[in-house]
Design a protein around this ligand. Structure first.
Ligand code: NAP
Length: 263
C-alpha cells in the first residue's frame, strides 16, 4: 500500500489512516502512508506515531487545500516518500453554517475550494501514478451531497459537486484501471461535530432517529473506505455509498399517520 490521506489529523481521516495502516501491517507487506492536514499539529504527530508503532512508514505533511498549489505539492511529497501511489483518499473538508440568501461570496468560494476543487486537483496530480498502479481514489462526500442541508451554506452544493466529480472521473479513468468512488457519511461524531453532541438530549435524539439507533463513529466510515481501496472492490467504481445507519432513506418514517413496521 502506498497511500495519501488528506484531513488525517483527526476524525474520519484519522480513522481511515489507522485502518489502512493496520490492514497493511496485517498483510506484512511493504507500505508507506502519507497523512496530510491543514497545519502541523500535535494531532498530526500523534497519528504518525501510531502508524509508526504498527511498523508502517509514515510521513506527516501539511498545507491549506484552499490554496490551488497545495494538492500538487502534497501529491509530489507522497510520490517521493512512497515511490508511487495506489490509494488516494480525499477526506479533508469543512463546513460553514449560513443561510444561502446571506452567504458571502468568499464563504461560497472557500467551501468549494476545499470540498470540491482540491479533490479534483489532487486527482489530476495523482492520475499518472494511480494509472501506473491501477489504484483507487476515494472521496469523502456526505449525505448532504445527496439531500439539501438547510442552513449550511455551500456545503451541500460542494459535496454534490464532489459526488459528480467522482462519477465523472470513474467514467474517464475506468479504461486506465483506476477506480473512483465516493463515501457519503451521515451523522458521525468527530471533532467537527462534537459541539452538537455535548448536549446530551440532542445526542440521544440523534441516536433515536437513525434506523440503526446510533450516530456513526469515524471507524464506520473508515471500514467502508478500506473496502473501496481494496481488491475486494475491484469491480466497484462510480458509486456514492451512504454510511449513515439508514438515516437518509428514513424520510417516510417521519410522515405523521403512516404505519410503521413492528419487529
Ligand atoms: P474534522 O474532525 O473537522 O477534521 C477535518 C480534517 O480536515 C483535519 O485533519 C483538518 O486538518 C483537515 N482540514 C480542514 N481544513 C483544511 C484545509 N483548508 N486544508 C487542508 N486540510 C484541512 O472533520 P471530520 O468530521 O472528520 O470530517 C471529515 C470529512 O467527512 C469532511 O470532508 C466532512 O465534510 C465529511 N463528513 C463529516 C461528517 C460528520 O458528521 N463528521 C458527515 C458527513 C461528511 P487540521 O487538523 O490541520 O485542521
Amino acid at each position: 500500500m502506498k497511500a495519501l490521506i488528506t484531513g488525517a489529523s483527526r476524525g474520519i481521516g484519522r480513522a481511515i489512516a489507522l485502518r489502512l495502516a493496520r490492514d497493511a501491517a496485517a498483510r506484512a507487506r511493504d507500505a508507506a502512508i502519507v497523512v496530510a492536514a491543514n497545519r502541523p499539529s500535535a494531532e498530526l504527530v500523534s497519528i504518525a506515531a501510531e502508524i509508526t508503532a504498527l511498523g508502517i512508514r509514515v510521513l506527516p505533511v501539511s498545507g491549506d487545500l484552499a490554496d490551488p498549489a497545495t494538492p500538487q505539492r502534497l501529491v509530489d511529497e507522497a510520490l517521493a516518500f512512497c515511490d508511487g501511489l495506489d490509494t488516494l483518499v480525499c477526506n479533508a473538508g469543512i463546513t460553514a453554517p449560513a443561510p444561502l440568501a446571506g452567504l458571502a461570496l468568499d464563504q461560497w468560494d472557500r467551501l468549494f475550494a476545499i470540498n470540491s476543487r482540491a479533490p479534483w486537483l489532487l486527482a489530476q496530480a495523482a492520475r499518472a501514478a494511480l494509472a501506473g498502479s491501477r489504484g483507487a481514489y476515494v472521496a469523502i462526500a456526505s449525505m448532504s451531497g445527496l439531500e439539501p442541508h438547510v442552513g449550511h451554506g455551500a456545503y451541500s452544493a460542494s459535496k454534490a459537486a464532489l459526488i459528480m466529480l467522482c462519477r465523472q472521473l470513474a467514467q474517464e479513468w475506468g479504461p486506465a484501471g483506476i477506480r473512483v468512488n465516493a463515501v457519503c457519511p451521515g451523522m458521525i461524531r468527530t471533532p467537527m461535530t462534537e459541539p452538537i453532541y455535548q448536549d446530551a438530549d440532542i445526542a440521544a435524539l440523534r441516536d433515536r432517529i437513525v434506523p440503526l439507533q446510533r450516530v456513526g463513529r469515524p471507524e464506520d466510515v473508515a471500514d467502508v473506505v478500506a473496502f473501496l481501496a481494496s481488491r475486494d472492490a475491484r469491480y466497484v467504481t462510480g458509486e456514492a455509498i451512504r454510511v449513515d445507519g439508514g438515516f437518509a432513506s428514513s424520510i417516510l418514517a417521519h410522515v405523521p399517520g403512516l404505519a410503521r413496521s413492528g419487529e
